[in-house]
Design a protein around this ligand. Sequence first.
Ligand SMILES: O=P(O)(O)OC[C@H]1O[C@H](OP(=O)(O)OP(=O)(O)O)[C@H](O)[C@@H]1O
Length: 179
Amino acid sequence: MPSTARDLTLEHFRWIGGHADVWAIFRDAKALAAVVAALVEPFRDEQITAVCGIESRGFLLGGAAAVELGVGFVPIRKGEGLFPGDKVVRQSSADYRRLRHTLRLQRSSLGPGDRVLMVDDWIETGSQAAAVRSMVEECGSTWVGCSVIVDQLTGAPKKNAFSTIRGLLTAQELPPCES
Ligand SMILES: O=P(O)(O)OC[C@H]1O[C@H](OP(=O)(O)OP(=O)(O)O)[C@H](O)[C@@H]1O
């Protein structure tokens, strides 16, 4: 059983269609606890007031990270009409599949005093994280950073644009992609 997130490498990752599959982590209680603790560790002294996460795996990891930090969770949704009756902040982005999404955040969930951490399973283009940052800042809140399990941006020329993203592992540290 892994005791730290770095022990996960060989046991818990697979590649599917060139993308990291992390679902096995969720089934392993010790692995899940180690990953959630590692995701929030660099941000424990950052006075985080809210953790946000994009559906679907960002909901699971973000909710757990929020509990770990003792703060609330802010959902980012992809569908229209999922926050009925609420004022919604929207931002569109194109993800790693080149699919355009409109991400949505409840306007009432964040305010000027908030310091926000985003948590997700992996980052590839960083497009969705950038969209979330933009929405957080539109609410007048402070974007502290984004914590992910797998950082596939590392080494990419655009890395500097996403310097607030921290990954537990880079794609190069995972088992090789099966052909
Ligand atoms: O860096 P990007 O290119 O923006 O892509 C990263 C996003 O893609 C994945 O989510 P996905 O849309 O596959 O949703 P899922 O959690 O429902 O699988 C991942 O969980 C990130 O949210």
